[in-house]
Write a protein that binds this ligand. Sequence first.
Ligand SMILES: C[S@@+](CC[C@H](N)C(=O)[O-])C[C@H]1O[C@@H](n2cnc3c(N)ncnc32)[C@H](O)[C@@H]1O
Length: 263
Amino acid sequence: MSPRRAGPSIVPPVRVFNRTSGFELSVATARDMMEKFTSHRPLAGLKVLDVGCRNGESVRALTDLGADAFGVDVAQRCVEHAKRRFPELADRYAQADLRNLTGLGEADFDLVTCVGVLPYTPSSTWLASLAGMARLCNARGEVRVLLQREKPLALTLAVRGLSRIPEPLYARVAAPVVTAGVWPLSRWLLGAQMRPAEVHYRVSLSLYGLTFGVPGELLPFEVPVEASAYVSPALSRAFALPAGFASTIPIGGAGGAGRARSS
Ligand SMILES: C[S@@+](CC[C@H](N)C(=O)[O-])C[C@H]1O[C@@H](n2cnc3c(N)ncnc32)[C@H](O)[C@@H]1O
């Protein structure tokens, strides 16, 4: 991938939780998650793009599995951290917004993965973003996306409240407190027994400014979610979109994506 600078951005800036140190997943956890998320499909030799690659561990894990892997993230700070953390892969990380991936060059990916990222953008833009990812795939390509299930109103309101906390205060105070409270209950609340570091990463980070739900239009493409150290089927839904999916969504159109439905 040789990312060109995209033209003037047509999308408003996103609010992201761009902490780096202390919010890293281990490569082993990323590998476990990627293997299960891709249904143990052999990845060797596939050209793979991970959208929302954060601190780089997914690209390292995909490379270890034999893929020709690249990653993009909207947070420049995360991209720089990924390059420092995995210098041998530095030219494989780039900054890009999933709502405008037109700067990434020709469409020849065999697989585009997007794990836990779409909910950071308004649900009205999801289908157009997914079509943008599908356009990056070759004729045999596939987009795999993981979304959170719609949450109960109380949790949605709690997330809205937490999202109003200034980011440094959130990182130093709110996130550790939430982690300490959630970790002992992780099997009950998250559907998997997680280590404190994974709860800290997954839950605390996820509570920052999320939109919950999945667009009903995706339901025909739903695939099983396998439990891993980091993802529980009870809270997540996964979809495998064929490259042809892009042609069903008008370019730049929301295509009804705002109708996020509960599961
Ligand atoms: C919860 S992390 C998930 C990271 C990784 N995929 C994982 O599963 O561990 C969300 C990531 O999405 C990125 N992100 C948020 N909005 C984005 C956007 N519009 N385009 C690209 N990346 C975005 C954030 O910077 C952050 O790194």
